[in-house]
Design a protein around this ligand. Structure first.
Ligand code: GLV
Length: 309
């Protein structure tokens, strides 16, 4: 069995190739740019160049080193019938839960304000806010969103969930589909986006959506930058309709040095790190899936191309 590996230039490829060799000792493994044409049976990739699929035409499946397959599916060279497999939970949902909980807690407890006041020499302890004033709506109840929702519920925040198809998560009031969106938004004050990016969800975080949140709403985006209409958020912050935002993902990454988000004090920014792919866990998961695939067994995470995730 032959496997090519491709990760963006900013990452070193050798540790990934070595990890795949370690997990599948029987396989021949090569960095994609060092492999002969039409050589590989499988590709393990993160944000690959379309040329990979023009060069490797004998692939039986491609495994994505991340949960979101939007960048992969956007490649015109990706053969229509090639199975695309996304990463299941490989240590990512616990990181997402941790990240979202800290952002929610920061808003609900007013920690940013306390930090600013203390630095200005102001000692002003306020009454503890009621959790019932901070219902959190989680968009997307896949492996990641469900873990986020359960973690928030464990801190006794009222938690609502919205997904494309009906989902049940203990302790979470669930809404689904376009018909359920309005009621979900109107009942939420802090909105968390953990959706996959698809034609249906692109731009879903827009004025019409954010305006429906309860007064003094907040946004936390850990999905994809293209879920958000960035200018709408800036306007809503200026108007005071939205009180704060925590953003980990952006339309253009890295964020430009002159991006208006950098000058907006109510936005907290991080560089797409809310859940970082763990090399060992992700390669181990993919190796198990390749073995099952070779044996003709069913595997989780095969992307439905028409659905987009
Ligand atoms: C990261 O953004 C991922 O999709 O796993």
């Amino acid at each position: 069995m032959r496997i090519v590996v491709s990760v963006p230039g900013a990452f070193r490829i050798e540790p990934w190739v070595d990890a795949v060799k370690g997990a599948l000792p029987e396989a021949e493994v090569s960095a994609w740019d060092k492999a002969p044409a039409n050589w590989a049976d499988y590709a393990i990739v993160w944000a690959p160049e379309g040329a990979l699929f023009e060069d490797q035409r004998a692939l039986k499946a491609v495994f994505n080193l991340g949960a979101g397959v939007d960048a992969l599916l956007a490649l015109a060279a990706l053969p229509p019938g090639l199975p695309v497999v996304r990463l299941g939970d490989a240590g990512m949902s616990v990181q997402m839960a941790e990240y979202v909980c800290q952002a929610v807690i920061r808003f609900a407890r007013g920690l940013g304000e306390y930090e600013r006041e203390m630095k200005a020499g102001i000692w002003s302890a306020k009454r503890a806010p009621a959790r019932s004033d901070f219902p959190v709506g989680v968009m997307g109840l896949g492996a990641i969103g469900a873990r986020v929702a359960r973690a928030l519920a464990a801190f006794d925040y009222p938690v609502l969930g919205w997904s494309r198809s009906p989902k049940t998560v203990a302790g979470v009031a669930s809404y689904c589909g376009p018909a359920g969106l309005d009621a979900f938004l109107r009942a939420s004050r802090i909105l968390v986006c953990a959706l996959p990016l698809t034609p249906d969800t692109r731009g879903i975080l827009c004025r019409a959506t954010l305006e429906k949140l309860r007064p003094e709403g907040y946004l936390i985006n850990v999905g994809r930058g293209a879920h958000l209409i960035e200018d709408d958020l800036l306007e809503l912050l200026d108007e005071g309709v939205i009180k704060g935002a925590t953003l980990d993902v952006f339309t253009e990454e890295p964020l430009r040095g002159d991006h208006p988000f950098l000058r907006q004090p109510s936005i907290t920014l991080t560089p797409h790190i809310s859940a970082v792919t763990n090399r060992h866990l992700s390669v181990e998961q993919i190796a198990q899936k390749i073995k099952r695939f070779e044996a003709g067994a069913a595997i989780d995470g095969v992307v439905e191309r028409t659905r987009g995730y």
